[in-house]
Design a protein. Structure first.
Length: 185
């Protein structure tokens, strides 16, 4: 479908260049369904961040009078989001082929912030440091510091089994990880 036509697009996915044309003409909005930390690290210009887990509760923020283009990092989460939005009755929804990766490869405008570290990477860094510090302290100061390393290891195991990670929840509310979504145009 031609990006300059007046009809709304109903194809399931569109290439980045066509999505950019729709956005430039004011006929579409761009929703980024990645997490806030990923969005803060980089996103397509004009994209509004509504993470996939919050999609149903925030669907009212998505205008129903424009083509809705959904993007993620590579296309997996945006395909799921597109299906969910259609199940909620939104018919003018398309997936952005290839996500932000393809968007950037096409040379389309994106805001990138290199200093931001994704939450999962922060968890691994803090956990690794704590295990190292507790182990070193148990060797140099008192053997009971080993309990701290065991606790961190146990919590990492527990988070892998349950999907619930207290350290991630704590890091998520730290000032450097607070990100506001960009309003749609």
């Amino acid at each position: 479908m031609n990006a300059t036509s007046e009809q709304p697009t109903t194809d399931s996915a569109l290439p980045c260049a066509e999505v950019f044309n729709l956005l430039s003409s004011g006929k579409a909005v761009l929703i980024d369904v990645r997490g806030y930390d990923e969005y803060a690290r980089g996103h397509a210009e004009g994209a509004k961040c509504i993470p996939l887990p919050e999609l149903e509760s925030r669907v009212g923020e998505i205008p129903d009078n424009a083509q809705v283009c959904v993007m993620c990092a590579s296309g997996n989460r945006s395909a799921m989001a597109t299906q969910r939005l259609r199940a909620l009755g939104m018919n003018r929804v398309v997936d952005v082929c290839g996500g932000l990766k393809a968007w950037r490869e096409a040379g389309l405008p994106a805001q990138m912030n290199k200093g931001i570290v994704p939450l999962e990477q922060q968890v691994r860094g803090v956990a690794g440091f704590l295990v190292f510090a507790f182990t070193l302290a148990s060797l140099l100061l008192n053997r009971w510091f080993a309990a701290g390393a065991l606790f961190v290891g146990f919590m990492l195991f527990l988070s892998s089994v349950t999907g619930w990670c207290p350290m991630l929840l704590i890091l998520k509310v730290m000032p450097w990880n607070r990100v506001q979504s960009t309003p749609t145009k």
